[in-house]
Structures are given as C-alpha cells and as structure tokens.
Design a protein around this ligand. Structure first.
Ligand code: ADP
Ligand code: MG
Length: 339
C-alpha cells in the first residue's frame, strides 16, 4: 500500500481555519476593525448591509500597505506584527496570528483598496473563490478599505444557520461598542443599510461611555483608579442604584482587549455585596494594563479568554479598588464625579 497522508491545499486549510475565526458577520467586523487599530488609524468607519450578510466594509486612515504586502496579507500566517516565537510574550497589537484575512478571503468575496501615505498610487485587489481575480494600481486616499461581500457564500450550512438580521446586527453592534469603548480617542462611525447608527468623535473615556449608552449615564459613573506592581487599573463603575437586571453593561478589558472572565467578573460584583440585590448587575467599564509576558492571550481563537500568571492577586486588587470607589461614593453620594 502506498502512503495516504497529504497536505491540504491552502484554500481548504484556510476554509477550515475560517470556521474557528469567523463564526458570524460580527467576527469579521471585529477582525477588520482590530486591523485598522493596529494600523494606527484614528478614523475608522464601518458600513454594513443586511446585517453584514451582504456587505461589511471597514475604512481606515491607518498606515496602508505596499503593493507586495497588499497581496501577502491574504496568505495564512502572514503578519507584520510578530516575527519570532519570543514576540508571543510581548504582544501589544490586537492581531498577531496572521489568520483573519486569509480566513475571510476563503469564505467571502473581498475587495481591498490600500495606499501608504508615501506612495503615489495605491493598490486594488479583488479576491473570489480564494483566488486573486483582479489587481491593479489605483488612485486612493491614504489608508485602507476592505469590503467583505457575501460572507459564507461557499459554506451553505453556515450561511443558512445565520440568525435573523436583527440578531446578527445586535452581535455587530456589541463588537463595535466594545472596541469603541476601548479606544475612545479614535473616531468611529457605524452605518447600517444607509442609516448612521453611531458617530463617535475622539473623546475621553467618560464622554465615550455617555456617547455609546446615552446622556443619562453622565450621572451614573464612579471612577476607579489603582496602580500596583502587578496591574494598573482604571475605568468607571456604575452607581448601585442604576444596576440592571442583565449583564449587558459589563465590560472588562486587558491591555485594551475585551475579554470574558467569569472569575474576575466575580471580584467586581463581589465588591457590591450588600448594596445590590443579588439579581441585578452593576455597570462597569474597567481596563487593566499588565505586562504582556504575564498573560497568555493565545488560548481561544477569538482571543476573548486570557490566562494570567497572577490571577488571585488580580482578583484581590480588583475587588478592593472597586470597593474603595464605592465607599467614597457612599460617603458622599452627592459629590460630582464628573470632573
Ligand atoms: P494579523 O492581524 O494577525 O497580523 P491579519 O490576517 O488580520 O493578521 O492581517 C494580516 C496583515 O495584513 C497584518 O499583519 C497587517 O500587516 C496587514 N493589514 C491588515 N489589515 C490592515 C489595515 N487595515 N491597514 C494596514 N495593514 C493591514
Ligand atoms: Mg488581524
């Protein structure tokens, strides 16, 4: 008998990887906006049609790509963000695996337009069926625009199992809001079917929270700030009387990355013990900064889970800092924290 193992063609490997990275339109939105942030953009516009099922477009004013890079960015494991294994312990960018664009190009029609400031002409590339079908120089604004059309066109099972437009749109808005909260100094807008849902100028974190959730929130926030040798913590927590019956207003970021962490969430909620009914959930938008060598973000394909070296210490710091902020607020509830 002859040998039977073969290496899969790239297109097939990419399609398999795409199943993990891109679960729904919102996952593509997240990857594209994170790329714009990594490119140093301070203006990022998101346009979607049909809840991202027919179009997701992200336009940024970041560093753009050279002709060669514009082509290479669609290859798997092609990245400008890390070069060697040690770099994995010092990650400061949102991306680093070089998987997103290869995955997206394997399961959608993609049009990339990009120009670096120093180049006279930019590059336009169209990809269909994981093949480049058009590449030409083009006069373009500096920065990058990526259009992702007909997501999952070649994976009927995925396409058919997408939820209704309102549900998929909710996921997109969730991703958009998380990133918008993490980068308040960046201008973001979101257009859905020609309607502008968000228009967020560069601003302070507090202004951004109010802009995202509504004017009433101006009066609901208590600042949290703590510097320790392990982490720096900052952000806002909600006054107990405004706690909601759902978790929708709880945001925890590690080195500006939104993560879901039931253990550390517990530390925050525990600080409210005794002043909140057990079935209500306080608002929080909290950021910890930590040495990237002390965490591993390479745990989950969407990077929403992190492993920490000092999890217990972080728990204790979070809980006591939140308690202290609440204590200050309780002693002087009329104090204006706005300044
Ligand atoms: P990763 O973000 O993990 O590096 P991606 O597949 O998302 O992988 O992107 C591959 C590469 O393409 C990036 O490393 C970057 O060099 C380039 N790139 C992607 N999007 C942009 C963008 N909006 N502006 C500039 N360069 C980009
Ligand atoms: Mg990326």
């Amino acid at each position: 008998m002859s040998d039977i193992i073969q290496l899969l063609p790239d297109a097939v490997a990419n399609q398999i990887a795409a199943g993990e990275v891109v679960q729904r339109p919102a996952s593509a939105v997240k990857e594209l906006i994170e790329n714009a942030i990594d490119a140093g953009a301070d203006k990022i516009r998101l346009i979607v049609k049909d809840a991202g099922k027919s179009l997701i477009q992200v336009i940024d004013n970041g560093c753009g790509m050279s002709v060669t890079d514009a082509r290479l960015c669609f290859e798997r494991h092609a990245t400008s963000k890390i070069r060697k294994a040690e770099d994995l312990f010092a990650i400061r960018t949102m991306g680093f695996r070089g998987e997103a664009l290869a995955s997206i190009a394997a399961i959608a029609h993609v049009e990339l337009k990009t120009r670096r400031v120093e180049d006279e002409l930019g590059t336009l590339i169209e990809i269909e069926g994981a093949e480049v079908v058009r590449q030409e120089p083009a006069g373009l604004a500096a920065g990058t625009s990526i259009c992702v059309k007909n997501l999952f066109y070649n994976i009927p099972a995925r396409r058919n199992f997408l939820k209704s437009n309102p549900v998929e749109m909710r996921h997109i808005v969730d991703e958009f809001q998380r990133i918008a909260l993490a980068y308040p100094h960046i201008f973001f807008s979101l257009h859905s079917d020609d309607q502008e849902l968000f228009h967020l100028p560069g601003e302070s974190l507090k202004q951004r929270i109010v802009h995202v959730f509504g004017n009433g929130y101006n009066q609901r926030l208590v600042p949290v700030e703590e510097e320790t040798t392990i982490i720096n913590l900052k952000g806002f927590i909600g006054k107990p009387e405004f706690a909601k019956k759902t978790r929708g207003e709880q945001f925890f970021f590690v080195n500006n990355r939104f993560v879901k962490d039931p253990y550390l969430n517990h530390a925050i909620v525990k600080a409210y013990e005794g002043i909140l009914p057990s079935d209500s959930f306080p608002l929080y938008v909290l950021f910890i900064e930590i040495d990237p060598a002390k965490i591993d973000i390479n745990v989950h394909p969407t990077k929403t889970e992190i492993k920490y070296e000092d999890e217990r210490a972080i728990y204790a710091i979070l809980q006591s800092a939140v308690k202290r902020s609440l204590g200050r607020y309780n002693i002087t509830p009329t104090l204006d924290f706005n300044q």
